[in-house]
Design a protein around this ligand. Structure first.
Ligand code: IMP
Ligand code: MG
Length: 181
């Protein structure tokens, strides 16, 4: 049962709370881009479910694109090394770009992505992340919208994985330590 997964120690954010917050973010982001047509840039793969829900909460027209960067694989700690696995389909020069992330942990991934994208001369570049673990931040990144600040625990579900599993869980849950320990 997805709602009672044996590897989940506890549910941190339930499905209803996630949906309510995504609607709020959608309203705030729509207001910020009034009269514009932003490009939502989803950072694969963890942000796909957040992206899909956020798009439907937006009232401004928008386009989407995807980028993939190296993640931790089966490890739960960031190495600080980021690699592009899939680049955007189109140039972003002159576009209002909104990076859609699942979670900011050390901040290395976003810091790298941000400078890489700024070099392509977008009209603007903003960031929305569903989750943030402030206690784990190693580098500073300017984030425009944060869904939830969470404690320093490894979380899964609503797109987030451990070793490619658990993305389909409808909530954000804390993974039991024995699964990765
Ligand atoms: P950062 O570079 O340390 O900020 O790492 C960001 C990326 O690490 C995220 O986009 C996730 O893919 C992954 N990540 C960090 N913390 C977690 C977690 O608790 N659960 C699942 N993935 C995580
Ligand atoms: Mg990610």
């Amino acid at each position: 049962m997805k709602h009672n997964h044996p590897d989940v120690a506890k549910i941190l954010i339930d499905a209803d709370t996630l949906q309510a917050r995504v609607q709020e973010l959608g309203a705030a982001i729509s207001a910020a881009y009034a009269g514009k047509e932003p490009l939502l840039l989803s950072v694969l793969k963890g942000s796909i479910i957040f992206m899909a829900d956020l798009m439907r909460a937006l009232t401004v027209p928008h386009a989407i694109d995807f980028m993939a960067v190296s993640s931790y694989g089966a490890a739960t700690e960031s190495s600080g090394v980021v690699r592009i696995l899939k680049d955007l389909d189109k140039p972003i020069e002159g576009r209002d770009v909104l990076i859609v992330e699942d979670i900011i942990d050390s901040g290395h991934t976003l810091k790298y992505l941000r400078s890489l994208l700024l070099a392509r001369k977008p009209a603007s570049l903003r960031i929305v992340t569903l989750l943030s673990k402030p206690a784990r931040r190693e580098v500073d990144v300017p984030v425009d919208w944060v869904g939830f600040e969470i404690p320093d625990e490894f979380v899964i579900g609503y797109g987030l994985d451990y070793d490619e599993r658990y993305r389909d869980l409808p909530y954000i849950g804390v993974l039991k330590a024995h699964v990765y320990g």
